[in-house]
Ligand binder design. Structure first.
Ligand SMILES: CSC[C@H]1O[C@H](OP(=O)(O)O)[C@H](O)[C@@H]1O
Ligand code: HPA
Length: 264
């Protein structure tokens, strides 16, 4: 049986994946540049892990090579991608430490190479549907994994992507709120849309680490506050991923026993 590896892309606060057995890093060359990945297995399932800002967090969000990351995953045979982002809460009801399973996005970026379809290839002009860019099946797997370990996750939220690396102004966050935004981040787009263009299934789990700018008037955003929330929140995210991968491994074993193919 050949298993397609699961892609995991994470960022701030997630620089390696201790859970991986037989982990080995490699640099992947793509038509869009290089990216580093770590391959290994988790509960016996093949995984390709990417930490989008680099292992030393030296790549700021506006300079991440999103096209190389997604192309590399697709070239390595990945079909499903789980993304982790840390975010600021636009919705005033959100508390730092809460998890949101994203179901839509707003793209407020201006400076990014955001497509594989520049009209130069043999395929010509391509328009990709992103109505369900956050794959419903993968979202369900995340929500079910969270539920089975008793980890609350909010089902649905709009990720508003800004270029960064500065945080937003309060007026930018008020505009994002008027547009229906739930959380603010700097990396979710074009990652999600490139995955759609590449034909990958993609879902994103977002850890809220601060109220977005101006949501709690008079409270500045500090990296100390974010680091403290991450310390408690990162293990919760990893526990959800662990349960999801474990569940997949059980299904894979059942399939092997029954002698048939995948549940995809
Ligand atoms: C924590 S400060 C802002 C930084 O954190 C988020 O990173 P990621 O999306 O990779 O989890 C945000 O997008 C910024 O890059
Ligand atoms: O408030 C924020 N805005 C954008 N990105 C973020 N990543 C963590 N917090 C934030």
């Amino acid at each position: 049986m050949s298993l397609q590896p699961l892609g995991i892309i994470a960022g701030t606060g997630f620089y390696d994946l201790d859970a991986l057995d037989d982990a080995h890093s490699q640099t992947v060359d793509t038509a869009y540049g290089q990216t580093s990945v770590t391959r290994g297995s988790w509960h016996g399932q093949p995984v390709v892990f990417v930490t989008r800002h680099g292992a030393g967090h030296d790549v700021p969000p506006h300079r991440v090579n999103y096209r190389a990351i997604i192309r590399a995953l697709a070239d390595l045979g990945v079909r499903d991608v789980l993304a982790v982002n840390v975010t600021g809460g636009i919705d005033p009801d959100l508390e730092a430490g809460e998890l949101v399973c994203i179901d839509d996005f707003l793209d407020f970026t201006r400076l990014r190479s955001s497509t594989f379809h520049d009209g130069e290839g043999p395929e010509g002009v391509v328009h990709t549907d992103v109505t369900t860019a956050y794959d419903p099946g993968l979202r369900r797997e995340l929500l079910e994994a969270a539920s089975s370990i008793g980890q609350p996750v909010i089902d649905g939220g709009v990720y508003v992507c800004f270029d960064g690396p500065r945080f937003e102004s309060p007026a930018e966050i008020r505009l994002a709120a008027l547009a229906g935004g739930t959380v603010a981040g700097m990396t979710g787009v074009p990652e999600v849309t490139l995955a759609a263009e590449a034909g990958l299934r993609y879902a994103a789990l977002s850890l809220v680490v601060n109220p977005a700018a101006g949501v709690r008037p008079g409270e500045p955003i500090t990296m100390e506050e974010i680091a403290a929330v991450l310390e408690v929140g990162a293990p919760k995210v990893l526990a959800v991923l662990d349960e999801l991968v474990h569940t997949r491994s059980v299904f894979a074993a059942d399939d092997t026993d029954a002698g048939h193919g995948d549940h995809g």
